[in-house]
Ligand binder design. Structure first.
Ligand code: SIN
Ligand code: MN
Length: 259
């Protein structure tokens, strides 16, 4: 449950950072599972960032019974999302961003709704929860945001440096007016951000990995009018927060830790 101040901050700034949303035990389970679950490594795709770096992402639409899904289904995240989006939400997708030491790719300025708009979502009633798996610092390419940029509405997206990003001329003008924030985070911190918030990140030129789990949601009342690579409305089966540790113990018992 977010406080009124946190909800107001999300609406005013386009994001709210919640320190230690997950405790050290939950975070360590997440980190170990992320690094060792063959489903993460096995389904990863690599994308060139157009600047010599590579971004590795594992993305899934379905929230199941695995440990990662307990994060995306737990009350702490889904309850907050309902507060922020003003009603019932469903799981749109989740992704494990794997920014590896010395090669993790950059992301150009974009809004997530820059892409999701094309998936038949009429309203920007969508948001993400970025959960730090590793420390996210300026050195390893933490997320950067333009504070308040969600008030601009959706910006046109075009090809930028081999990626699809927000129209550079408009971003440059917005940068003159809005504060650019480097969102440094500790493992277990969570950043809730609006789908029209402009964000980017630098390459990871450091010796430290920068992995994060990003869980994305759409409002139930914003059911896409057409099929796309992400799901239309279907009920999200929430779980109590305690389900994270329970799933973690199941994961440990299955002996899936390989590195
Ligand atoms: C990043 O992990 O730096 C980018 C994440 C995103 O664009 O959602
Ligand atoms: Mn994004």
């Amino acid at each position: 449950m977010l406080s009124d101040v946190q909800v107001r901050r999300f609406h005013g700034d386009g994001y709210v950072l919640v320190p230690a949303l997950f405790d050290s035990e939950e975070t360590e389970l997440l980190r170990q599972a992320a690094r060792s679950d063959p489903a993460i490594a096995g389904h990863a795709c690599e994308r060139d960032d157009g600047e010599g770096g590579k971004s590795r992402i594992t993305l899934w639409n379905d929230a199941g019974d695995d440990l990662f899904s307990m994060f995306s289904r737990c009350e702490r995240v889904t309850g907050a999302m309902e507060q922020l989006l003003g009603g019932e939400v469903y799981h749109y997708h989740s992704k494990m961003m794997q920014k590896e030491p010395f090669q993790g790719g950059a992301w150009v300025w974009h809004q997530d709704y820059g892409y999701w708009y094309s998936n038949g979502c009429l309203f920007p009633y969508m948001a993400s929860c970025f959960i730090a798996v590793d420390p996210c610092t300026r050195e390893n390419g933490c997320l950067q945001v333009l504070k308040g940029s969600h008030h601009m509405g959706r910006v046109e997206h075009v090809r930028v440096a081999g990626q699809v990003g927000a129209e550079p001329e408009r971003v440059a003008e917005a940068q003159k007016l809005l504060e650019q924030v480097y969102v440094e985070m500790q493992p277990g911190d969570a950043l809730f951000f609006h789908c029209n918030l402009l964000h980017r990140s630098d390459q990871n030129q450091s010796p430290n990995p920068r992995w994060s789990l990003i869980c994305c949601y759409n409002a139930a009342r914003n059911n896409p009018y057409k099929e796309s690579g992400h799901p239309r409305y279907r009920p999200l089966h929430k779980v109590p927060d305690t389900a994270i540790k329970e799933a973690g113990l199941r994961f440990l018992a299955a002996g899936q830790f390989m590195r």
